[in-house]
Structures are given as structure tokens and as C-alpha cells.
Design a protein around this ligand. Structure first.
Ligand code: AMP
Ligand code: ZN
Length: 432
């Protein structure tokens, strides 16, 4: 039998859900028009008033908000409540320059935890679970939002943070951890660590589930992690601008991520033109917050590429499912005139036997692509010609997938750099 955290909201009939979205959209527009001068000016320029917003389609009349806008409005240009009503500050893991500041009111903090609780219960978590949170604590939303969501469900939370695999293992053994919250890159690295220590997770640990997100990963990687950690992997999607994790999450069917449409209004647009795309087409996800109080955002360009899945899910939830994020619109590489995404390379690598847990793509010179790939612990039998064959096989499979033949370098297990937060998969040193 399906378990829900918030039965009524999760199974709301579609017409009621759409009506709720429209009402909340209007309230959000009213809120920013009243309290955020930056939005007030933009809405006025488009001649849009809250009273014009009657249906969810009216979202198209609203202006986009971009990553650059958030940086330009740092630290509090988008704040919609008096400062004393801000309960918590997060910043987004920007790569360069100014961060993006995300403000939460008490209601926002509670909502974020409530949505996370929905996700966890949807994936089968109960108060009997022990959740080891291996995400970075601090300004990053990933760890804290999960932490409070899991506590809301009543699970025991171990705030382990990332890194220090020896201590992670000790905690898992001593406290019988049943669920992990972790990035795909660290999950893979940790699987390699267990193998190198002779730990068989099915025999020696109590792990049952892993909630994996924060960076794109492929279905092949999911299978590899499930196989090597002896867990079921649930895809977890979120971004700081929308509270952090808990925006969309997989249910027990592990087939697409239910997006909580009573809190976020989603559109899929053409990443270049910004024009809406027909249902089911892959494009850039654009999200409007429907319940955020301290910092509502209109039509935020996530730059994440995905599509809605057709049909209803067998779990009974009415909220539509997003496909796995296939990459970010700004992740795309152009190598020798060919457009490609790092995830295409990952898919090939993770489906190749003998390949280990980490890889690194380096672009150098005039469009040369080198892919360093770690071997599996048991991937090398001492015969050099086998390595040469494996190398050639990977290069050939990659050429078929991405139409560019890279140089492939096989390296020993656990020798490529591991980052504590999001993995850095591509180094671009081209002199073009
Ligand atoms: P941050 O704002 O630092 O939490 O980063 C959010 C970004 O991480 C998203 O916009 C996505 O690009 C990425 N991300 C988060 N979860 C996933 C996921 N499950 N699959 C793919 N990318 C993800
Ligand atoms: Zn479902």
C-alpha cells in the first residue's frame, strides 16, 4: 500500500491542483509586485498586474529571472519580507564571482522540510530509518534541507557530511545506517572504497536506500551504485533557488521524479529562444515558486535540461514526473564542431565492464579530448594487451556515441581527484 506524508496534497485531482496553482501564482505576483521593487519595475514594464493572472497559462506573461539577476541582486535585492523575518540564509554553490543569496522565512524553512518529508516517505523512509547525510553542511542547501526533512519524518539523522570514508564506514557499521544522502560521484567513490576494504555492503551493512542528486548522473551510474552498494537509488532533484532538495523526487517505482506542483509551477522552454515547448519535449526547466514567502522567484531559468513524462504514475500521486536531468544547457561542449554533453560519455563508461568509479574529461590544445578513466579494483589482470584492448574498445564506443574519437587513458583505481561537493568532470584548457 502506498504511504503518503500529505495524502491530500499529493493526490489532489488535476483540476483542483491547477486551480490551486493559479491562485498561488496570482498571490505570488501580488507579493513581489508589492514588496520587491525590482520585480515591480519589470512587471510594470510588461504591463502585468496580479489581477491579470487568472490561469496557469498566464505565467507566460511574466518576466524570466536568471542566474545573473540573482547575482546582480545579491545580497537582498529580491527580499520580499522585512529583514527581521528572515530565519535562515543559504547561498548557492556558484563557481565564480558573487554567490546567489537565498533567504528563508520561518514558513519557507517549514515548507522545505515538509516537502523533503513528502519525498522521503514517498521513497519508503519511516521513523525506524537511520539516514546518514553525506552532503556538505554549511551554506549549501543540500545537507540542511534533507536533515530537517528526515527529522520531520522521525528518522535518526547522522550529520556525517562528505569525505573521510573510513569514518563514514564506521558510522554505518556502528549505527546500522539504512539510508544515504550522497552525490553520485561520492557514492561511486565510496563503493570503490568498500571494495578495497573487502566490505560487502549486503553482508556487512544495513543499507537499503540512497537518495542521490546535486549533480547530473546517468541511468548506468544509478545501476552501478545500486549494484555495488546494495541499495535502491532514488533520484533527488532540487536547487537552492527553489529551497534546495525536495523539488522533485522518485517514488517507489523509480521511474521519473514527481515535481511538487502545488509549490512550484513548471514550464519547459527552448533554452535558446525561451519559447515554451510542447508537452513531452525536452528543454530547459523553468520554475516559479508558488509558496515562497521571503524570496519568491518568477520563471527562474534553471538551465537544467529535462522533459515531463506522459501518463499517470502507479503510486497514485497526481504531480507530474520529470525525466532524469540530462545535463545543464551550459554544460554542453563543442568539440571539433560537434555538440555533446559529458553525460553521454558517462553513460558509455559506466556501462563498460572493468571500468571503475571516476573519470575526468580534459580538453586541450586545439580541440583535443582526453578522457582519463579509473580501472575497477579487479579490472586489471596484469596483461598489458588487455588494457590496450579495453582502451581501444572504450574509444570506439565513445566515437559511436559522441562522433568524436577521444584519447583514452586508463589509470589505477582511486587516483583521479575527488571533490567533496559537486564533481568537476570537465577541464577545458583549449587555446581556441
Ligand atoms: P545548488 O543550487 O547548488 O543546489 O545546485 C542545483 C543544481 O544541481 C541544479 O540546478 C542541477 O543542475 C543540479 N542537480 C541537482 N539535483 C540533480 C539531479 N538529481 N540530477 C541532475 N542534476 C541535479
Ligand atoms: Zn509515483
Amino acid at each position: 500500500m502506498t504511504r503518503y506524508w500529505d495524502n491530500k496534497s499529493e493526490t489532489l485531482a488535476r483540476p483542483a491542483l491547477t486551480a490551486l496553482q493559479a491562485a498561488r501564482l496570482q498571490a505570488t505576483v501580488d507579493r513581489v509586485a508589492t514588496h520587491v521593487p525590482w520585480y515591480r519595475e519589470r512587471l510594470a514594464a510588461l504591463d502585468v498586474r496580479a489581477s491579470n493572472i487568472r490561469s496557469t497559462d498566464d505565467v507566460r506573461r511574466l518576466p524570466f529571472t536568471t542566474n545573473a539577476d540573482l547575482r546582480a541582486q545579491y545580497p537582498d535585492g529580491l527580499l520580499a519580507v522585512p529583514r527581521h523575518q528572515v530565519l535562515r540564509l543559504h547561498t548557492s554553490s556558484g563557481t565564480t564571482g558573487k554567490p546567489k543569496a537565498i533567504h528563508f522565512s520561518r514558513q519557507d524553512v517549514d515548507n522545505a522540510a515538509g516537502l523533503m518529508a513528502r519525498c522521503l516517505v514517498m521513497a519508503g523512509v519511516t521513523a525506524a530509518d537511520v539516514v546518514q547525510n553525506m552532503m556538505t553542511y554549511g551554506l549549501f542547501t543540500g545537507a540542511l534541507v534533507m536533515h530537517y526533512g528526515a527529522e520531520k519524518v522521525g528518522a535518526m539523522v547522522i550529520p556525517a557530511g562528505p569525505g573521510n570514508s573510513e569514518r563514514q564506514l564506521l558510522l554505518m557499521q556502528d549505527f546500522r545506517t539504512t539510508a544515504l544522502h550522497v552525490t553520485p560521484s561520492y557514492a561511486l567513490y565510496f563503493a570503490g572504497y568498500l571494495a578495497s576494504r573487502g566490505v560487502d555492503p549486503r553482508r556487512d551493512l544495513a543499507l537499503r536506500r540512497a537518495f542521490i542528486g546535486a549533480e547530473p548522473y546517468t541511468e548506468e551510474t544509478r545501476r552501478k551504485i545500486e549494484d555495488q552498494l546494495g541499495v535502491r537509488v532514488f533520484n533527488s532533484y532540487g536547487l537552492s533557488e527553489m529551497n534546495g532538495p525536495g523539488v522533485a523526487f522518485e517514488c517507489e517505482h523509480q521511474h521519473g521524479m514527481h515535481l511538487w506542483e502545488d509549490h512550484f509551477l513548471a514550464e519547459i522552454v527552448d533554452p535558446v529562444s525561451g519559447e515554451p515547448l510542447p508537452d513531452g519535449t525536452s528543454g530547459e526547466l523553468v520554475l516559479t515558486t508558488l509558496t515562497r514567502e521571503a524570496m519568491p522567484l518568477l520563471r527562474y531559468r534553471t538551465r537544467d535540461i529535462t522533459a515531463f513524462m506522459p501518463g499517470l504514475c502507479a503510486c497514485g500521486r497526481t504531480h507530474r514526473r520529470l525525466q532524469r536531468i540530462t545535463g545543464r544547457s551550459d554544460d554542453m561542449l563543442i568539440v571539433r564542431g560537434v555538440n555533446l554533453y559529458p553525460q553521454q560519455i558517462e553513460r558509455v563508461l559506466m556501462a563498460t565492464p572493468g571500468i571503475g568509479h571516476n573519470y575526468l574529461i580534459t580538453l586541450s590544445g586545439l580541440d583535443e579530448m582526453t578522457i582519463q578513466v579509473e580501472l575497477a579494483e579487479a579490472g586489471f589482470d596484469g596483461q598489458v594487451e588487455h588494457l590496450v584492448q579495453l582502451q581501444a574498445r572504450i574509444a570506439e564506443k565513445l566515437r559511436a556515441e559522441i562522433l568524436v574519437k577521444p584519447r583514452v587513458e586508463l589509470v589505477p583505481p582511486a587516483t583521479l581527484p575527488v571533490s567533496e561537493g559537486k564533481a568537476r568532470r570537465v577541464i577545458d584548457q583549449r587555446q581556441l
